[in-house]
Design a protein around this ligand. Sequence first.
Ligand SMILES: [Zn+2]
Length: 204
Amino acid sequence: MKFFISLFILVIVVSCSTSQKNEIVIQELDYPEELNVITREAWGSAPLTKTLPQHEINKITLHHSGVEFKDQENVLTKIKNLQSWSRSEKEWIDIPYHFMIDLEGNIYEGRPINYPGATNTEYDPIGHALIEVMGNYEVQKINDKQLKAVIDLSAYLAQEFNVPAEEIKGHKDYSSQTVCPGEDLYKYLADGTIVAGVRERIEK
Ligand SMILES: [Zn+2]
């Protein structure tokens, strides 16, 4: 009898801890109106079904998708395809990035910010807020609207999570296996344009 009681208690303890571990928590951010963020709800993101240990943001890291993108009209199809590929092929919980920026500088929410992103390279994305600019900036050029969106979003995130401006970097700063975020985006990190723009917005 004693054995059955202990077994019963054990089952309760195990099921409580797993249900807590698997609970999906989504941190919703309160964006300023002028940032014009297209939320997951607005673009029709599929609800999360899996979870990960959460993290605290202390860095902002820029990416490109590495695939040429000129098809602005089909941007939502592209994002939804990325979501289903991430979940089914890669078995990630979601899109690897927290935000995506299209050719018009529109900002889309991706993976909820409280969960670390994902990567095919060797760096550890825990603590990083990941911003992806859609396209391949080894061959494409970043336009003014995209650059403005990168700076505006980085400034908002830096303030929201107390990230120092010098912690805004590119994927290749953490991994020698990639040229991401591509030459034409990385040059604005290298010449200080992005960090200076973020500082200017924060001081306002
Ligand atoms: Zn990257």
